[in-house]
Write a protein that binds this ligand. Structure first.
Ligand code: FES
Length: 100
């Protein structure tokens, strides 16, 4: 699937590797998570309110339209979180664990 974002410059930065929803996603050092995911695909995440795919809005940490989650449940703002090699992310909010 073509990315929503297209790289025009700085394509020689060192590569980092993410795992998103269990699949490998390449990124470049210095990318935010939002840039990495939208350079790879046409959607950033699924809305936790059930209204479909989202791609972020403000790109500056204000609108909260870009939440993604780590596999261990941490919520990250994709537009202001740097991509780091080995990050494992989910684009749907993980269900709450069943507690005894
Ligand atoms: S895109 Fe608005 S807070 Fe990230």
């Amino acid at each position: 699937m073509p990315g929503l974002f297209h790289r025009l410059a700085e394509t020689k930065r060192p590569r980092v590797q993410l795992v998103v929803d269990g699949a490998p996603v390449p990124a470049l050092q210095g990318d935010t998570l939002l840039v990495a995911l939208l350079a790879h695909g046409a959607r950033l995440r699924e809305s936790e309110f059930g209204d479909g795919a989202r791609a972020g809005f403000c790109m500056m940490g204000a609108c909260q339209d870009c939440w993604v989650w780590t596999e261990d449940g941490q919520r990250l703002r994709a537009c202001s979180t740097p991509a780091e090699d080995g990050m494992r992310l989910l684009t749907r909010e993980a269900p709450w664990p069943n507690l005894p």
